[in-house]
Ligand binder design. Structure first.
Ligand code: 5GP
Ligand code: MG
Length: 173
């Protein structure tokens, strides 16, 4: 069974609220860098950066991170660590953006990749959906919506840029 838990309006509202919270907690914005986790986190990161630019007039550096080869619980198909950040991050205030937070292993891997690439001053985490079930001491700083799930359930995040619509669904068993 599938249930729509966020429509386009709810999704855009949540992203706008997260944007305001990021601005509020990062007065000045000078050192802010937005990093989106591929695939859908990258689109959300781009949107947040665009909204910050519209609201504050500051164009922020935005980049993507692909951590598929960095996870500790998946076979490493690529012996070279491809998860490198392509922009300078030392001394920066990073906001990591992902669509769904679950066990926390993806974020742990992203933190590894970031630390391998430089020494940021601060890293915070923004997610559209927190579905619970953390296996590591990782918590988001900015959350669109908390959706308590069972392990068997899953969340489908759809974004206009690749899915031709904005919507979040819960696939129930
Ligand atoms: P974690 O590493 O925290 O277990 O899982 C988070 C990563 O896996 C995120 O990058 C997210 O895209 C993906 N993920 C985990 N659970 C779900 C889910 O229910 N729905 C979607 N769309 N992605 C998920
Ligand atoms: Mg993902």
């Amino acid at each position: 069974m599938t249930k729509v838990i966020m429509d386009a309006t709810a999704m855009q509202r949540a992203l706008t609220r997260i944007t305001y919270e990021i601005i509020e907690q990062n007065r000045g914005l000078e050192n802010l860098v937005i990093i989106g986790i591929e695939t859908r986190g990258a689109y959300l990161a781009k949107r947040i950066a665009q909204q910050i630019e519209q609201l504050e007039g500051s164009k922020l550096p935005v980049t993507n991170l692909d951590i598929t080869n960095y996870r500790d619980d998946r076979p490493n198909t690529d012996s070279t660590n491809s998860a490198r950040i392509k922009i300078p991050i030392t001394g920066k205030n990073i906001v990591l953006v992902d669509d769904v937070l679950y066990t926390g292993r993806t974020i742990r891997a992203a933190l590894d990749a970031i630390m391998d690439s430089g020494r940021p001053q601060k890293i915070s985490l923004a997610v559209l959906i927190d579905r619970g079930h953390r296996e590591l001491p990782i918590r988001p700083d900015f959350v669109g919506k908390n959706i308590p799930t069972s392990h068997e359930e899953s969340i489908k995040v759809m974004v206009n840029e690749v899915d031709q619509q904005d919507q979040v669904r819960l696939n129930q068993v």
